[in-house]
Design a binder for this molecule. Sequence first.
Ligand code: G3H
Ligand code: ZN
Length: 272
Amino acid sequence: MIVNSNDILIKAKKNKIAIPHFNINNLEWTKYILEECNNNNSPVILGVSEGAIKYMGGTKTVANLVKSLDEELKIKVPVVIHLDHGSSVEMCKQAIDDGFTSVMIDASLYSLEENIKMTKKVVEYAEKYSVSVEAELGHIGDTNYTDVDEAIRFVKETNIDSLAPAIGTVHGVYKSKPNLDIELCSKLSKDISIPLVLHGGSGLDNLALKKVIKAGICKVNINTELQIVWSNAVKKFLLENGTAYDPRKIISSGEKAIKKVIRNKISVLSSN
Ligand code: G3H
Ligand code: ZN
């Protein structure tokens, strides 16, 4: 069932749990994620970066791929087709026009005024199509943590559906122990009524995940961790099967590893 993010995130906030957001890169990953989330009865947000969209052939191809797999695999859980880190108003509009049900406008590197202006434009457009909008304030990955007063103003003026705050996570592999500002996260969650979403979820241990969820996070984004376990499994397969050449066997040698991570994340995120 293809949906936007709103209902599932609001429900998650109420139940103090988090919905997994897994990034997709190709048909196989999309299939593995859908199958495993369905088997574990978990709603899922399929995040697609601009790079992945380009790699997979464009927004229309991605949206149609997810819709077709959802139908043919008879997926029963809610599935969101989400543009991850949309870098411009135009990119968000294109994803909406081509069938995405949720978009993130990431204008976090612009000034607050410009971020508000760009985000508002996306919200106004998305509303007409019942597409949910996520935006980022502060900048994830550096020392520009989200300011609570700015966040209150940002949410009020833009009317976004969910906010990605900067609370100390980073994208990619952590080079040192993550330094999360749980207090800031709790404060934001108390002062802002919409769901908070966490970027840079790979590499956080279960205890850290539990802590951020308790502090109000309703969605956790995971990309790098899937990439690492998949590529390790494929490398091992190729080392052990040097003569392999069937792409289906090579690519799917990472399936079990991806599905294991998905299962573990669902079990941590879906209970409190
Ligand atoms: O937007 C995508 C996620 O924030 C990915 O984070 O690099 O920790 O998997 P990650
Ligand atoms: Zn991110």
